[in-house]
Design a protein around this ligand. Structure first.
Ligand code: AMP
Ligand code: GLY
Length: 415
């Protein structure tokens, strides 16, 4: 089978890597791909949002399965476009992807179907929003409604901060169209629960936890994610069953009832609060960097899963017992301004799994080409062993413009 992977980051590199383990795969294309994937896939110079070009490429090259990584492609309607052309694709329709692209859609769905989540109210009017926030306890959780790459959430500790954020979101149209969801503030450890979903069917993946802040001790600005590990010892079997039976499965069923059945990866960003597991957000795709630590643990043939979802057939998931912990190497300055084009050495010395997130090749040489640059995954019989292996590999990478967190997994190790 020829397979096309849409995307260019570490998540897509992990998907490509999982595909290489399938005996059914004859050839992998990646659009646009990256320097790391180029060893396993043929990179094709088509951007994620050029959906007609992607469909034409799939047709012309006999691609039998396309797997979508990034939300921008889903929100642009790549799945609808491929299906209209009779092409098999793994990823939700634009209507189903609203569970990620519209916070209000997601919150209303949860309210309607009694899915446990923080209480909320949506506003378009600045004065009304301000009055509501003033009437409630701090901190205030303010979420811009729309795709904002994780940047549209403000947890305001003071009324001044809340007011500034409301002005940004509703008056200055800093992020575009103005609408804001105000939520109750929840507390507890967060974790990511991804499931392969096809209509009402859900095949749960192993749990992972991301680390969103840039620096050690969960300090500094929010990022796309600085590291992850799997499994999660602090989430009990009961929590996991609750999350599957009271969150992922009912949401999948709700999407069917709402006339926008979900096909692809439903990602629950969950919190283990003192009142039980609750939803913080949904994504309509594989998490990044969670995918880079979860897929290496998948024992089953991933092609069987992608096809079962797309074809509405059946499959079973099996997992390895080993554990994984991965660390992001990011450009100094990220998530703010950073330099690109700095040479990276030592990549051949890395002993564990290495995924490229933002790199560029020139001849044999590899250069930095993004905020998040590389992802190193350590494996082990325990999380501690996985961590030691990952950190050893981090030291093998030679580049003077990269930084990383040294405390990935601290929630488990500091206990
Ligand atoms: P989101 O983009 O909705 O995942 O929000 C980004 C981050 O803000 C989450 O990962 C949480 O750490 C935090 N957050 C979002 N909603 C809440 C909430 N209701 N209570 C507490 N923290 C929240
Ligand atoms: N790791 C967070 C996300 O993929 O949205």
């Amino acid at each position: 089978m020829k397979v096309l992977v849409i995307g260019s980051g570490g998540r897509e590199h992990a998907i490509v890597d999982a595909l290489t383990r399938s005996p059914q795969v004859e050839k992998i294309f990646a659009a646009p791909g990256n320097a790391g994937m180029a060893a396993q896939a043929e990179c094709v110079a088509i951007r994620e949002t050029e959906i007609e070009k992607l469909a034409a490429f799939a047709k012309e090259n006999g691609v039998e399965l396309t797997v979508v990584g990034p939300e921008v492609a889903l929100a642009a309607g790549v799945a609808d476009c491929f299906k209209a052309e009779g092409l098999r694709i793994f990823g939700p329709s634009k209507a189903a992807a609203r569970i990620e692209s519209s916070k209000e859609f997601a919150k209303e769905l949860m309210a309607k179907y009694n899915i446990p989540t923080a209480g909320f109210k949506a506003f378009t009017d600045y004065a009304e929003a301000k009055a509501y926030v003033e009437s409630r306890p701090l901190p205030a959780v303010l979420k811009y409604d729309g795709l904002a790459a994780g940047k549209g959430v403000v947890i305001a500790q003071t009324m001044e901060e809340a007011d500034e954020a409301l002005k940004d979101m509703l008056l200055d149209t800093k992020f575009g169209q103005g609408k804001v969801v105000v939520e109750d503030f929840l507390t507890g450890p967060e974790f990511s629960f991804m499931g392969f979903v096809s209509g009402e069917k859900v095949w749960p993946m192993q749990l992972a936890q991301d680390h969103k802040r840039a620096y050690d001790g969960d300090k500094g600005p929010n990022t796309g994610g600085m590291g992850a590990y799997s499994p999660l010892p602090f989430v009990t079997k009961e929590d996991e069953e609750f999350a599957l039976n009271e969150i992922l499965k009912p949401v999948a069923a709700a999407m069917v009832k709402e006339g926008c059945p979900f096909e692809g990866v439903l990602y629950g960003g969950l919190m283990k609060t003192p009142d039980g597991v609750k939803v913080i957000e949904f994504n309509a795709r594989f998490g990044d960097p969670e995918t880079e630590v979860v897929l290496p643990r998948l024992k089953s043939d991933i092609v069987d899963i992608f096809c079962a979802v797309a074809d509405h057939s059946d499959t079973e998931l099996e997992w390895h017992d080993f554990m994984t912990l991965g660390v992001v190497l990011a450009s100094k300055g990220y998530p703010g301004d950073y330099k690109k084009g700095v040479e990276i050495g030592g990549l051949n010395e890395v002993e564990g799994t290495l995924y490229h997130m933002g790199t560029k090749a020139e001849g044999e040489k590899i250069f930095t080409n993004g905020g998040r640059v590389l992802f190193v995954v350590g494996k082990g019989a325990t999380l501690d062993e996985a961590r030691r292996n990952a950190l050893k590999d981090v030291e093998r990478v030679q580049c003077d413009n990269l930084f990383h967190r040294t405390d990935i997994g601290h929630y488990v190790f500091d206990k």
